[in-house]
Design a protein around this ligand. Structure first.
Ligand SMILES: [Zn+2]
Length: 68
C-alpha cells in the first residue's frame, strides 16, 4: 500500500499533532529551510511571533505551493 505524500502541519500542542494541512515552510534569517519545518498558517505565524518575542529571531514564511 502506497501512502500518499501529504503535507501536514508538524506543530504539536500537548503531544497532539496539529491536523491541519501545512501551507507554509519557515525559513531562517539566512533563507534556509528544513524539510520538516512545515506548518499551517496559524502555527507558522505563532512560531514567528514567539521566536521574535523571545529571541529576536525572525523566521520567514514561504508558501509551500511555490516549491511544487
Ligand atoms: Zn498547525
Amino acid at each position: 500500500m502506497t501512502e500518499t505524500q501529504t503535507y501536514r502541519c508538524v506543530h504539536y500542542t500537548d503531544h497532539v499533532r496539529c491536523t491541519t494541512d501545512a501551507t507554509h515552510r519557515l525559513l531562517d534569517p539566512y533563507g534556509r529551510g528544513s524539510s520538516c519545518d512545515i506548518y499551517c498558517r496559524e502555527h507558522a505565524q505563532a512560531i514567528m511571533d514567539e521566536y521574535w518575542d523571545k529571541f529576536g529571531w525572525y523566521w520567514t514564511m514561504q508558501p509551500l505551493e511555490e516549491e511544487l
